[in-house]
Design a binder for this molecule. Structure first.
Ligand SMILES: [Ca+2]
Ligand SMILES: [Ca+2]
Ligand SMILES: [Ca+2]
Length: 174
Protein backbone atom coordinates (compact mmCIF):
# COMPACT_ATOMS: atom_id res chain seq x y z
CA UNK A 1 0.00 0.00 0.00
CA UNK A 2 2.71 2.39 1.06
CA UNK A 3 4.61 1.36 -2.01
CA UNK A 4 1.63 2.03 -4.22
CA UNK A 5 1.17 5.47 -2.75
CA UNK A 6 4.84 6.23 -3.19
CA UNK A 7 4.73 4.98 -6.76
CA UNK A 8 1.70 7.01 -7.62
CA UNK A 9 3.25 10.02 -5.92
CA UNK A 10 6.31 9.67 -8.09
CA UNK A 11 4.12 9.19 -11.12
CA UNK A 12 2.10 12.24 -10.19
CA UNK A 13 5.26 14.24 -9.66
CA UNK A 14 6.65 13.14 -12.98
CA UNK A 15 3.41 13.96 -14.70
CA UNK A 16 3.34 17.38 -13.09
CA UNK A 17 6.91 18.05 -14.09
CA UNK A 18 6.33 16.94 -17.65
CA UNK A 19 3.16 18.98 -17.75
CA UNK A 20 4.83 22.08 -16.42
CA UNK A 21 7.76 21.72 -18.81
CA UNK A 22 5.33 21.63 -21.69
CA UNK A 23 3.41 24.51 -20.21
CA UNK A 24 6.60 26.44 -19.71
CA UNK A 25 7.61 25.94 -23.35
CA UNK A 26 4.21 27.23 -24.42
CA UNK A 27 4.58 30.08 -21.97
CA UNK A 28 7.99 30.96 -23.35
CA UNK A 29 6.60 30.96 -26.85
CA UNK A 30 3.70 33.07 -25.69
CA UNK A 31 6.02 35.44 -23.90
CA UNK A 32 8.21 35.85 -26.96
CA UNK A 33 5.22 36.50 -29.19
CA UNK A 34 3.79 38.87 -26.64
CA UNK A 35 7.08 40.69 -26.30
CA UNK A 36 7.45 41.03 -30.06
CA UNK A 37 3.93 42.35 -30.34
CA UNK A 38 4.48 44.92 -27.63
CA UNK A 39 7.82 46.00 -29.09
CA UNK A 40 6.20 46.53 -32.47
CA UNK A 41 3.34 48.44 -30.95
CA UNK A 42 5.69 50.50 -28.84
CA UNK A 43 7.72 51.45 -31.89
CA UNK A 44 4.50 52.55 -33.56
CA UNK A 45 3.46 54.57 -30.52
CA UNK A 46 6.83 56.26 -30.42
CA UNK A 47 6.57 57.12 -34.08
CA UNK A 48 3.13 58.57 -33.57
CA UNK A 49 4.32 60.58 -30.61
CA UNK A 50 7.06 62.16 -32.72
CA UNK A 51 4.62 62.84 -35.54
CA UNK A 52 2.09 64.41 -33.18
CA UNK A 53 4.65 66.64 -31.50
CA UNK A 54 4.30 69.44 -34.02
CA UNK A 55 6.35 72.04 -32.19
CA UNK A 56 9.05 69.44 -31.43
CA UNK A 57 9.36 70.33 -27.77
CA UNK A 58 9.34 66.67 -26.76
CA UNK A 59 5.89 66.71 -25.25
CA UNK A 60 2.36 66.37 -26.53
CA UNK A 61 -0.07 68.93 -25.26
CA UNK A 62 -3.82 68.98 -25.57
CA UNK A 63 -3.76 71.36 -28.57
CA UNK A 64 -1.42 69.11 -30.52
CA UNK A 65 -3.54 66.08 -29.78
CA UNK A 66 -6.78 67.87 -30.68
CA UNK A 67 -5.33 69.31 -33.88
CA UNK A 68 -4.30 65.88 -35.09
CA UNK A 69 -7.59 64.28 -34.10
CA UNK A 70 -9.45 67.08 -35.86
CA UNK A 71 -7.49 66.53 -39.05
CA UNK A 72 -8.04 62.78 -38.90
CA UNK A 73 -11.74 63.44 -38.45
CA UNK A 74 -11.91 65.76 -41.46
CA UNK A 75 -10.29 63.08 -43.60
CA UNK A 76 -12.94 60.54 -42.57
CA UNK A 77 -15.86 62.95 -42.82
CA UNK A 78 -16.26 62.58 -46.57
CA UNK A 79 -19.38 64.75 -46.94
CA UNK A 80 -18.04 67.34 -44.49
CA UNK A 81 -21.12 67.64 -42.35
CA UNK A 82 -19.20 67.38 -39.10
CA UNK A 83 -20.57 63.93 -38.31
CA UNK A 84 -19.24 60.48 -39.09
CA UNK A 85 -22.25 58.45 -40.10
CA UNK A 86 -22.51 54.65 -40.41
CA UNK A 87 -21.30 54.68 -44.04
CA UNK A 88 -18.30 56.85 -43.29
CA UNK A 89 -17.44 54.72 -40.27
CA UNK A 90 -17.71 51.58 -42.38
CA UNK A 91 -15.50 53.03 -45.10
CA UNK A 92 -12.96 54.04 -42.51
CA UNK A 93 -12.83 50.66 -40.74
CA UNK A 94 -12.59 48.89 -44.09
CA UNK A 95 -9.66 51.06 -45.05
CA UNK A 96 -8.04 50.33 -41.71
CA UNK A 97 -8.60 46.58 -42.17
CA UNK A 98 -6.55 46.71 -45.35
CA UNK A 99 -3.57 47.68 -43.25
CA UNK A 100 -3.84 44.17 -41.88
CA UNK A 101 -3.78 42.71 -38.42
CA UNK A 102 -6.32 44.15 -36.05
CA UNK A 103 -6.23 47.67 -37.44
CA UNK A 104 -9.84 47.48 -38.58
CA UNK A 105 -11.13 46.10 -35.31
CA UNK A 106 -9.13 48.65 -33.38
CA UNK A 107 -10.44 51.53 -35.45
CA UNK A 108 -13.98 50.29 -35.01
CA UNK A 109 -13.56 49.89 -31.27
CA UNK A 110 -12.16 53.37 -31.02
CA UNK A 111 -15.03 54.90 -32.95
CA UNK A 112 -17.49 52.97 -30.81
CA UNK A 113 -15.82 54.34 -27.73
CA UNK A 114 -15.99 57.83 -29.16
CA UNK A 115 -19.72 57.51 -29.81
CA UNK A 116 -20.70 58.59 -26.33
CA UNK A 117 -24.45 58.81 -26.84
CA UNK A 118 -24.50 55.55 -28.79
CA UNK A 119 -26.44 56.80 -31.81
CA UNK A 120 -24.05 55.08 -34.22
CA UNK A 121 -22.61 58.40 -35.36
CA UNK A 122 -19.56 60.22 -34.17
CA UNK A 123 -19.46 64.00 -34.04
CA UNK A 124 -16.22 65.92 -34.32
CA UNK A 125 -16.53 66.85 -30.70
CA UNK A 126 -16.98 63.26 -29.61
CA UNK A 127 -14.06 62.20 -31.73
CA UNK A 128 -11.71 64.86 -30.40
CA UNK A 129 -12.62 63.93 -26.84
CA UNK A 130 -11.77 60.30 -27.43
CA UNK A 131 -8.04 60.57 -27.42
CA UNK A 132 -6.07 57.39 -28.05
CA UNK A 133 -6.01 55.20 -24.96
CA UNK A 134 -2.24 55.07 -24.82
CA UNK A 135 -2.13 58.85 -24.50
CA UNK A 136 -4.44 58.84 -21.52
CA UNK A 137 -2.48 56.01 -19.91
CA UNK A 138 0.88 57.60 -20.54
CA UNK A 139 -0.21 60.88 -18.98
CA UNK A 140 0.64 59.86 -15.42
CA UNK A 141 0.14 63.22 -13.76
CA UNK A 142 -3.07 63.84 -15.76
CA UNK A 143 -2.11 67.33 -16.82
CA UNK A 144 -3.23 66.62 -20.40
CA UNK A 145 0.33 66.78 -21.60
CA UNK A 146 2.44 63.74 -22.29
CA UNK A 147 6.15 64.36 -21.96
CA UNK A 148 8.79 62.16 -23.57
CA UNK A 149 9.73 60.97 -20.06
CA UNK A 150 6.14 59.96 -19.40
CA UNK A 151 6.02 58.18 -22.74
CA UNK A 152 9.28 56.33 -22.10
CA UNK A 153 8.09 55.21 -18.67
CA UNK A 154 4.83 54.04 -20.19
CA UNK A 155 6.55 52.08 -22.96
CA UNK A 156 8.99 50.52 -20.51
CA UNK A 157 6.10 49.52 -18.29
CA UNK A 158 4.36 47.86 -21.23
CA UNK A 159 7.48 45.90 -22.13
CA UNK A 160 7.95 44.78 -18.57
CA UNK A 161 4.36 43.70 -18.36
CA UNK A 162 4.77 41.74 -21.58
CA UNK A 163 7.81 39.96 -20.15
CA UNK A 164 6.16 38.96 -16.92
CA UNK A 165 2.95 38.18 -18.73
CA UNK A 166 0.94 40.15 -16.22
CA UNK A 167 -2.24 41.54 -17.66
CA UNK A 168 -3.08 41.78 -21.30
CA UNK A 169 -0.87 43.68 -23.67
CA UNK A 170 -3.55 44.27 -26.25
CA UNK A 171 -3.61 48.04 -26.17
CA UNK A 172 -4.24 49.86 -29.34
CA UNK A 173 -1.74 52.23 -30.86
CA UNK A 174 -4.51 54.25 -32.41
CA1 LIG B 1 4.74 69.56 -28.33
CA1 LIG C 1 -20.23 63.01 -42.49
CA1 LIG D 1 1.53 64.59 -18.09
Amino acid sequence: MVRTIAASLVAALLATTAGSVAAKAADDQDATARKERVEKLNARIEKRFTALDKNKDGSLDRAEIQATLGKAFDRMDKNHDGVLDADEIKAMTERASQRGGKAGEMAEARLKRADKNGDGKVTKEEFSDAEPRWLARADKDKNETVTKAELDAFLAHREKRAETGAGKAGDSAN
